[in-house]
Design a protein around this ligand. Structure first.
Ligand code: AMP
Ligand code: GLY
Length: 423
């Protein structure tokens, strides 16, 4: 079959690499893709938000299956448009992608269906939000309602900071229309765990766990980024935690969406916090995590295309989802200065080494071809993933492999997965 992947980051590279292993796939396209994805797929210069062009391309090229990797097109309704044109698509429709697209929606859903999450209030009026803060407990968390590239969350230590935050989100519109509404929620503490899952509308099958490192600097310092590295599995995601989440979070979320007439098919990404009062949902995403996909998919034993089709067909209950009994670590190589300002266009050397080593992957995030050469083209440039028999070994392997690649302003964190040493 012919498969089209929509997106251009390390996540989409991991999806393409996993899909390429399927005997079902004869031809793969990626829109717009990147220099690494080009190894598996023909990259076509259509942006992820150019819905008409994507639909026309899929029809003209008789694409059998589209996999939408990114949040923006999912929330914007790309799946609905492709389906309306008769094209099978893996990912939630617009009315279900709202689970990620609106934090106010997802909080109300959790409240209504008693799914554990932080206490909160939603606001559309900045004056009401400011008044609420006067009697609130600190620290407190402010969240822009809509998509904000993972940056729309502000943790405020005191009243002054929080008032400033409300102004930033709702009046200055720092995150654009994402700040037309906002959530103010209770600050929680605990370990964070990411659990991704496949969902077919009724059945949910969770994947192996992972953990992201969102801050730019070592020791969780500096600004929030799209993610500087991940490890999988999380030693903090014990059988006990899993059982709790299965009972009170996972299936309940799928059933709640169905009960609301918003049948969810695709990936639900549960951002969890393991608090003293038990696991609680920090956020939902409606897609694979980036860079969570880069540690989860390489460990998956199943044929990704088969699982995606089962989600579309409502037959996920027949799939025995399995992961390797090992570990993986992904270290992001970024351009120095990310996430603020950085130079790009530097040649990348050493990429060929990954072809010679089993269990090592170099997922491209921000790269492009400049003639025959591959050059840096973004803040996050590459995700270096390595497997190992356990997390310590995977971590040592991943860091060794970061030395194989060179480019001028290469920057990385040195403590990805370090928390696991304390486990
Ligand atoms: P989100 O985009 O909702 O996952 O938020 C981004 C990050 O902000 C999370 O990964 C947490 O580290 C932090 N965060 C979000 N909500 C809370 C909360 N209620 N309490 C403490 N930290 C939070
Ligand atoms: N790594 C976090 C995310 O993909 O949202």
């Amino acid at each position: 079959m012919k498969v089209l992947i929509v997106g251009s980051g390390g996540r989409e590279h991991a999806i393409a690499a996993s899909a390429a292993k399927s005997p079902k796939v004869e031809k793969m396209y990626c829109a717009p893709g990147n220099a690494g994805i080009a190894e598996y797929a023909e990259c076509v210069p259509i942006g992820a938000m150019e819905f008409d062009k994507l639909v026309a391309f899929a029809k003209e090229n008789a694409v059998d299956l589209v996999i939408v990797g990114m949040d923006d097109p999912l929330v914007g309704g790309l799946v609905d448009e492709l389906e309306a044109a008769g094209i099978r698509t893996f990912g939630p429709r617009k009315n279900a992608a709202i689970l990620e697209g609106s934090k106010a929606f997802s909080k109300d859903l959790m409240k209504k269906y008693e799914i554990p999450t932080a206490g909160y209030e939603n606001f559309t009026d900045p004056e009401a939000a400011l008044a609420y803060l006067e009697t609130a407990k600190f620290p407190i968390v402010l969240k822009a309602d809509g998509l904000a590239l993972g940056k729309g969350v502000l943790i405020c230590q005191n009243l002054e900071e929080a008032k400033e935050g409300v102004r930033t989100i709702m009046l200055d519109k720092k995150f654009g229309t994402a700040g037309n509404e906002m959530v103010i929620e209770e600050f929680m503490t605990g370990r964070e765990v990411s659990v991704l899952s496949f969902v077919d509308g009724k059945t949910i099958k969770t994947m192996t766990s992972a953990q992201d490192h969102k801050r730019a600097g070592d020791g969780d310092t500096g600004l929030n980024t799209g993610g500087m590295g991940t490890f999988s599995p999380s030693p903090f995601y014990t059988k006990e935690v899993e059982d709790f989440c299965s009972k009170y979070i996972y299936q309940k979320t799928v059933d709640a969406m169905a009960a609301e007439g918003r049948e969810f098919k695709g990936i639900i990404f549960f951002g969890l916090m393991l608090t003293e009062d038990g696991p609680k949902v920090l956020e939902y995403n409606a897609r694979f995590g980036d860079p969570e996909a880069q540690v989860v998919l390489p460990r998956m034993k199943n044929d990704l295309i088969e699982v995606a089709e089962a989600c579309i067909d409502g037959t996920l209950d027949e799939i025995d989802l399995q992961f390797e009994d090992n570990a993986a670590v992904c270290v992001v190589l970024a351009s120095d200065g990310y996430p603020v300002s950085y130079e790009k266009g530097f040649p990348i050397r050493g990429l060929e080494k990954f072809k010679e080593h089993e269990g090592y992957y170099c997922f491209h995030a921000g790269t492009k071809f400049d003639g025959d050469e591959i050059v840096t083209n973004g803040g996050r440039v590459l995700g270096i993933t390595a497997k190992g028999k356990n997390l310590k070994e995977a971590r040592a392997n991943a860091y060794a492999a970061t030395e194989w690649v060179q480019f001028e302003n290469k920057y990385m964190r040195h403590d990805i997965g370090k928390a696991i040493d304390e486990a």
